[in-house]
Design a protein around this ligand. Structure first.
Ligand code: SMG
Ligand code: MG
Length: 368
């Protein structure tokens, strides 16, 4: 497809409630949106990098810089740009998967809109809607946590994920398990907050029959996760560690992970995300779709991905109102605990121009 240029748009969206994890507290979601403009269609992508390099090394300003200086010019220089050629061209630059994923998603959206096909169709979605879980941040007290979980369960969320850190782990898990009983699908996410020396402590979570413990140890410590897996009964699920299909296969093979969280931004795009899905399926390892507090743009694409067959656990693909009072697209809503997969061309949703303007901090245009 012939490209006219690419717009980078910085937005800031206030979250409905602060989101506290073991690495920090988010109050506002600062996002770079990418718009790829072609002769016959345009497409949108969302960069999931956060404001500071605390989840991973990427952050908004760095992602913008690498997009502006390296990725967008590389895309615009391709004689016949398409998503597969773009992915290969981006590979010459090390790292920056979130920046690459955003531009790849915008290009893919444009390509699919041009051909009138949906993200779900392209990726191989087999469901019309996907089960929604919700990720519940670290709170100041157990009563406050239980009130939040009560409200989410009332809304219909099918699975609860508690963010944990040293000092906020066994007690909140026990409180939630005792209040809602053994039926509740419950899991925890440590975002790398522990070390192998905490293995005995983490084993205290075993009696609570968690679906999984997500990323207890540092990002690059696959061997440590394999050791921990031999001590815990709770299955380990890697998030931060899984940067590619090759790493996923390695982690599975050495016994470091028995469930995988897939986030397209973390792995460089939807093409690699689908490869991870396929590789995990081939190894009999279930996957689920992670979340990075996306707006409707990123959420639309994630929900399509989550409709692939090996996404057998509810994802962090919550409804728009869990994050934002006013999303920039038509909001994603919960219907019986599920979120509907868009069926229109591309990601199937559009930003609302007024909503978008009201949150825009800056835009820049890079011409072909
Ligand atoms: O999008 O609902 C969401 C957030 C889910 O907990 C969530 N994400 O490590 O899985 C994770 C965290 C990272 C959040 S960083 C902003
Ligand atoms: Mg996580």
């Amino acid at each position: 497809m012939k490209l006219d240029g690419v717009e980078l748009r910085r937005i800031a969206m206030p979250l409905v409630v602060p989101f506290r994890t073991s690495f920090g507290t988010e109050l506002d979601r600062e996002v770079v949106l990418v718009r790829v403009v072609g002769a016959d269609a345009e497409g949108w992508g969302e960069c999931v990098a956060v404001s500071e390099p605390r989840y991973s090394s990427e952050y908004v300003e760095a992602a913008t810089d690498v997009l502006r200086r390296f990725l967008v010019p590389t895309l615009l220089a391709l004689p016949d740009p398409d998503v597969h050629r773009a992915e290969r061209a981006f590979a010459q630059f090390k790292g920056h998967p979130m920046a690459k994923a955003a531009l790849e998603a915008a290009l893919l959206d444009a390509q699919l809109r041009e051909s009138g096909t949906s993200f779900g169709w392209f990726l191989g979605a087999v469901h019309e809607s996907v089960p929604a879980g919700v990720s519940v941040g670290i709170m100041d007290s157990i009563p406050e946590l239980l009130a939040a979980v009560d409200a989410y369960l009332d809304e219909g969320y099918l699975r609860i994920k508690l963010k944990i850190e040293p000092g906020w782990d066994v007690a909140p898990v026990r409180a939630v398990r005792e209040r809602y009983g053994s039926e509740l699908l419950l899991q925890v996410d440590a975002n790398t907050a522990y070390t192998l020396a905490d293995a005995r402590h983490l084993a205290k979570l075993d009696p609570f029959d968690l679906l999984l413990i997500e990323q207890p140890l540092p990002t690059h410590d696959l061997a440590g996760h394999a050791s921990l897996a031999r001590v815990l009964r709770t299955p380990i699920c890697l998030d931060e560690s899984i940067s590619s299909a090759a790493v996923a296969v390695h982690a599975i093979t050495i016994g470091a992970t028995s469930v995988v969280n897939i986030k397209p931004g973390r792995v460089g795009g939807y093409l690699e995300a689908r490869r991870i899905h396929d590789a995990c399926a081939a190894h009999g390892v279930p996957v689920w779709c992670g979340g990075m507090l996306e707006t409707g743009i990123g959420r639309a694409a994630n929900v399509a991905l989550a409709a692939l067959p090996n996404f057998t656990l509810p994802g962090d693909t919550s409804a728009s109102d869990r994050y934002y009072t006013r999303d920039i697209t038509d909001p994603f809503v919960l219907e019986d605990g599920h979120v509907r997969v868009p069926t229109g061309p591309g990601i199937g949703v559009e930003p609302d121009p007024d909503a978008l303007d009201s949150v825009t901090l800056s835009t820049e245009w890079i011409s072909a």
